[in-house]
Design a protein around this ligand. Structure first.
Ligand code: ZN
Length: 408
């Protein structure tokens, strides 16, 4: 393997710095996938530790790493230190203890202490890195991959790769080679379930993308193989980026198993509308908890209520908040809300029922909440933020509410 000597020195250095706390050192990325290009690639590593390393250990590690840069590929190292407990079971977004990449070299050289303080948190990219480790990872030290890393759920991997490509239309002219090949590997995964390297991603693109984009993929593939700069027309790049982003988005959205609510919001898709169009994927109890529906709105018990009888009224059409709502629809919903509040108070024996609507943001879907307050609870605005509790099905109450709301 290329850079074997350097990797051996790196591993010895890591063991010397972290001692018994070091669980393993794992190589991933292009070298592990067999397509490293010394001019275009970096060495990708994950260090797994038992407990959080100290500030001084991180400092010592980084200083020693700096002495190895001269022997590394042109783009140097990219590495993260993570605790064993986040690898199995896999946590996402994944917490990390330290991160270094040559892209941050100026910050490292100008103020290492500040850099170390800043470089911890969570990193969505680790979802993609751990997936590659699962398929191609090489332990340089420590137990086999399968012993340390749990498989990454498909949903997390997709979120991670979407996070990586979502700004690609704006960024492709800055990094045409990386983004072109990365687009191919992402679509290759979504369409064919393949975990691809940049090289095999390029090959997949040449075989599977429309004819008009193949010259661009070929240019990226050639530049990657030769180490030369990739030259491409700016318009062709942005046209390609738009096409690929749309393809990737529609491939992700095709399967509700791929997505989470926050991901949809991120993608500019309303989770409520999406769920409705996909068999109530986010509200599997929808049929059971629904109290009323007509062509304008529906009313249901909330599946994680703030109080027994917590109810929501949702417009059918997408409006982001009450200010957007057509006046007549608004009047209909509030007329209904009054009846529903009376019905809830009676059926649940509440002392009062509060109403609120606080939709905010373009991907919010207009809804009104009705929250009961019981005699054992204090009056006041804290009732709007009572702790959520598990939904307890009560068929008798649902039947009574449906009956009372039937003809309002
Ligand atoms: Zn909506």
């Amino acid at each position: 393997m290329m850079y074997e000597n350097l990797l051996r020195r790196f591993t010895e250095m890591s063991r010397a710095v972290f001692g018994e706390n070091l669980v393993g050192v794992y190589l991933h990325g292009s070298l592990a996938m067999g397509c490293l290009n010394p001019e275009k690639s970096d060495l990708d590593l994950i260090l797994v530790v038992e407990n959080s390393p100290t500030f001084n250990e991180k400092r010592c590690f980084t200083e020693k790493l700096m002495t190895m840069r001269a022997d590394a590929p042109q783009k140097g190292f990219e590495l993260s230190i993570v605790k064993r407990e986040v690898c199995k079971p896999f946590l996402y977004p994944t917490p990390f203890e330290f991160h270094y990449s040559d892209g941050h070299i100026e910050a490292v050289l100008s103020d290492l202490s500040a850099y170390i303080e800043k470089m911890q948190g969570t990193d969505k990219d680790l979802g993609a890195h751990f997936t590659v480790i699962n398929h191609y990872g090489i332990p340089l030290y420590g137990p086999p991959v399968k012993e340390i890393f749990a498989p990454v759920p498909k949903k997390n991997y997709i979120d991670s790769i979407w996070f990586d490509v979502q700004n690609a239309v704006e960024d492709i002219s800055e990094a045409p080679l990386y983004i072109t090949l990365n687009f191919c590997r992402v679509l290759g995964f979504l369409k064919d379930g393949l975990v691809l390297s940049k090289k095999t991603g390029g090959a997949w693109g040449l075989e599977n993308l429309p004819e008009k984009y193949r010259a661009l993929v070929k240019a990226a593939e050639d530049a990657y193989a030769s180490g030369d700069e990739m030259h491409a027309d700016a318009e062709a790049l942005s046209d390609f980026a738009e096409y690929m982003t749309a393809e990737i988005k529609s491939a992700i959205l095709a399967d509700p198993e791929n997505v989470t609510g926050p991901m949809l919001t991120d993608m500019g898709v309303c989770p409520t509308c999406y769920s409705r169009a996909h068999n109530n994927c986010f509200f599997p109890n929808a049929a059971e908890t629904q109290l009323f529906e007509n062509e304008l709105f529906e009313c249901s018990l909330v599946d994680i209520p703030r109080a027994p009888g917590h109810t929501v009224i949702v417009s059918r059409e997408h409006y982001k908040d009450m200010m957007e709502l057509p006046e007549e629809l608004n009047a209909e919903i509030y007329r209904f809300a009054q009846k529903a509040m009376c019905a809830i108070r009676e059926v649940y024996g509440a002392e009062s029922v509060y109403l609120c609507t606080m939709c905010d943001g373009p991907m919010n879907h207009f809804h009104v909440q009705l929250i009961p307050r019981y005699s054992y609870e204090k009056r006041g605005s804290k009732n709007f933020v009572k702790a959520r509790q598990p939904y307890v099905a009560d068929a008798e109450k649902i039947k009574l509410l449906r009956e009372k709301l039937k003809n309002v």
